[in-house]
Design a protein around this ligand. Structure first.
Ligand code: GCU
Length: 127
């Protein structure tokens, strides 16, 4: 449904860990990606109707360096999105990306593309 939130700590995590040692997250924590290329979080998303949606990714990046991630929907790359600095690890910012979903089951994977790994990811929302 529109507006549904999917917590990163409840998603499938590859080379990352669910943590709660910073403030301001929603749910029970966030995912700290391992600092390497290829670490990812994959969300299982169900939709009643196929179509264009807005994917919102809530993240924190307490470094001074971009932490880009490849956004893949159902195995197809949509874009490589920048996740620039958010001042500190307690400051969460929304990044938005247009995506197309199919009816029923979908997977949305966010994969780190640089050696720093991904930013800390709190959740995604589908508008
Ligand atoms: C720090 C921070 C982590 C973060 C990590 C990183 O260790 O506490 O939450 O994930 O830096 O650089 O990825």
């Amino acid at each position: 449904p529109v507006g549904t939130e999917y917590q990163a700590e409840d998603a499938t995590i590859s080379q990352g860990v669910a943590e709660s040692n910073h403030t301001g997250f929603t749910g029970t924590g966030f995912v700290n990606y391992d600092n390497l290329v290829g670490s990812y979080v994959e969300f299982a998303v169900n939709t009643a109707a196929a179509g264009a949606r807005t994917l919102t990714i809530r993240y924190a990046n307490g470094t001074a360096v971009n932490r880009p991630m490849e956004v893949t929907v159902n195995g197809t790359t949509v874009t490589t999105q920048s996740f620039p600095a958010t001042t500190n690890w307690d400051t969460w910012v929304d990044g938005t990306i247009p995506v197309n979903l199919q009816t029923g089951a979908n997977t949305i994977r966010l994969t780190a593309t640089t050696a720093g790994g991904g930013p800390n990811v709190d959740r995604i929302t589908l508008g």
